[in-house]
Design a protein around this ligand. Structure first.
Ligand SMILES: *[C@@H]1O[C@H](CO)[C@@H](O)[C@H](O)[C@H]1NC(C)=O
Ligand SMILES: *[C@@H]1O[C@H](CO)[C@@H](O)[C@H](O)[C@H]1NC(C)=O
Ligand SMILES: *[C@@H]1O[C@H](CO)[C@@H](O)[C@H](O)[C@H]1NC(C)=O
Ligand SMILES: *[C@@H]1O[C@H](CO)[C@@H](O)[C@H](O)[C@H]1NC(C)=O
Ligand SMILES: *[C@@H]1O[C@H](CO)[C@@H](O)[C@H](O)[C@H]1NC(C)=O
Ligand SMILES: *[C@@H]1O[C@H](CO)[C@@H](O)[C@H](O)[C@H]1NC(C)=O
Ligand SMILES: *[C@@H]1O[C@H](CO)[C@@H](O)[C@H](O)[C@H]1NC(C)=O
Ligand SMILES: *[C@@H]1O[C@H](CO)[C@@H](O)[C@H](O)[C@H]1NC(C)=O
Ligand SMILES: CC(=O)N[C@H]1CO[C@H](CO)[C@@H](O)[C@@H]1O
Length: 423
């Protein structure tokens, strides 16, 4: 968390010393705290101990408040915490008041507060990570000013009805899951550099991310609708699963860096990816009971992993497809889809992987070989042109997308630049 602390401090100095001179004023921000307000960590389990924290306008160190001995937790007067603030496992706490708190440089973590129903974070604008977890009675986050700077937001298993007050647009993690009363997520998010995940909120959750231009991992589960008309690049993987959407539409998306998975969406009838030209990893489409066509990829040219499509299709084409680095499996149980086009794709050598199988209206065809397909889904025609044709072994491995994590350093570099851009 050291890194995010620095960032948060940098961000605050941007505010304090004028965002117009966004130079490195980090050293000017070294906080000074009154005696008793600076420590490595401090745990409060009763009102007197909480009051001793509340006596500090500036706290340097990690604060944990926990236990069943606390009804209302009052942190009035605390303005800045250079460290983490954890409030957790306080199962009799009904209210938390921190109306003067502007900054938590590390994690602000509220967890396992079963009857917490009132939260006042009226002036909070800056956190390293905001994490709410298991706050079932909390309907409002009490973020009156609103959070504008954070590197991660995780909202999980709360009673919140909206994400009002969360106004961070460029960050690393945005994860909203298992909030049964959130029916709309309409956010100004612009870029999410690590994971953007929205899953298992209200069954009717409509997700509107019309400012989003780029994402790394995008994971959508149990959503009702999704719109991201400005999203042009997904650098890692895209997963849409177990959702009620009737149309999956990514009007502006040009590339998916790794795999693209669309499965178990029982109501989806149409896919629309008019600009998508490349999928870096596997393309997986399956268990979408109402999907009769996969003709929504008019420009898709290269697939860097394997293809696995199953369902009951009347038609489906990849008119622009010229390279599949992995194997190709298409199985259409009912419907009119014929394999002709895909047989052609295979015999013209555009499928590089070791396995080709298609079953459709006119019958089925399949073959496998140990040609130089690759096991990690990236490009295959490699160095030695000595076509290694060892006898047809049964080594038809599925070429799943590589799941290489972005290196920490590149995340840090990316994020460092966001730290500045945030203003
Ligand atoms: C950075 O900003 C501080 C405070 O505004 C100013 O005193 C300092 O001269 C600036 N440094 C540079 C290199 O611009
Ligand atoms: C709260 O937690 C304490 C200690 O874990 C436990 O003894 C008590 O029964 C819990 N109370 C409620 C209302 O859950
Ligand atoms: C995706 O990759 C592009 C090109 O490397 C980069 O400019 C962009 O910031 C990345 N976006 C995210 C959200 O990681
Ligand atoms: C894309 O972003 C622009 C500028 O923020 C906005 O006006 C427009 O409505 C967005 N487009 C879509 C299709 O959402
Ligand atoms: C293709 O996906 C289906 C599920 O949609 C799965 O059962 C099957 O094993 C997959 N086939 C391959 C070759 O990966
Ligand atoms: C493809 O199949 C769908 C669903 O059966 C149908 O609505 C559509 O008209 C078909 N398109 C073509 C080009 O045949
Ligand atoms: C797929 O293409 C390979 C290489 O051209 C060929 O050997 C194989 O018979 C083809 N499979 C089918 C089912 O057409
Ligand atoms: C697997 O990926 C690595 C790194 O991208 C690459 O160096 C290697 O050649 C690939 N293996 C094959 C068999 O393509
Ligand atoms: C006053 C100043 O240096 N402003 C700069 C802050 O950073 C942005 C983005 O890097 C520059 O465009 C500004 O010129």
């Amino acid at each position: 968390m050291q890194f995010s602390k620095l960032l948060a401090i940098a961000a605050v100095t941007g505010v304090t010393f004028g965002a117009s001179s966004n130079n490195s004023t980090l050293t000017a921000a070294t906080p000074t705290a009154a005696s008793g307000c600076s420590f490595s960590s401090f745990t409060a389990t009763n009102n007197a101990q909480v009051a001793s924290v509340a006596a500090c306008a500036t706290v340097v160190g990690d604060v944990t408040i926990q236990g069943a001995g606390l009804d209302t937790i009052n942190l009035n007067g605390v303005k800045q915490i250079f460290g983490d603030l954890n409030i957790k496992n306080a199962n009799l706490t009904t209210a938390i008041n921190a109306p003067d708190l502007q900054l938590v440089s590390g994690d602000l973590n509220l967890e396992e507060l079963q009857i917490l129903s009132s939260l006042n974070l009226a002036q909070l604008t800056t956190v390293g990570t905001l994490q709410f977890n298991a706050l079932p009675a909390l309907e409002r986050a009490g973020l009156t000013s609103g959070i504008t700077t954070a590197d991660s937001i995780v909202i999980s298993d709360t009673g919140l009805t909206s994400l009002e007050g969360i106004n961070v647009f460029k960050l690393k993690v945005f994860n909203v899951n298992n909030n049964k009363d959130i029916e709309t997520i309409d956010s100004g998010l612009i870029a999410v550099t690590d994971t953007l995940s929205i899953s298992y909120n209200s069954d009717n959750v409509d997700v509107i991310l019309n400012q989003l231009t780029s994402a790394n991992n995008l994971d959508l589960q149990r959503i009702n609708s999704f719109s991201a008309g400005n999203l042009s690049a997904i650098n890692d993987s895209l997963v849409i699963t177990s959702s009620n959407v009737d149309k999956i539409e990514f009007k502006n998306l040009e590339s998916v860096g790794k795999s693209l998975t669309i499965d178990q969406n029982g109501e989806v009838e149409e896919l629309d990816f008019p600009k998508l030209t490349s999928v870096g990893g596997a393309l997986q489409i399956g268990d979408n009971d109402q999907l009769k066509s996969f003709s929504g990829f008019p420009k898709l040219k290269t697939i860097g992993g394997s293809v696995n499509i199953s369902g009951s299709f009347d038609n489906g084409t990849f008119p622009a497809l010229s390279s599949v680095a992995g194997g190709f499996t298409l199985s259409s149980e009912d419907g009119d889809l014929s394999c002709k086009e895909f047989d052609k794709l295979n015999s013209s050598g555009d499928i590089k992987g070791d396995k080709y199988a298609c079953s459709g209206a006119g019958g089925s065809s399949s073959s496998s070989s140990s040609k130089k397909g690759n096991s990690n889904g990236s490009s295959s025609d490699s160095s030695t042109s000595s076509g290694s044709r060892s006898s047809a072994s049964s080594s038809s491995r599925s070429n799943d997308a590589p799941s290489v994590q972005s290196s920490l350093s590149s995340i840090m570099v990316l994020f460092a630049s966001f730290g500045i851009v945030l203003y």
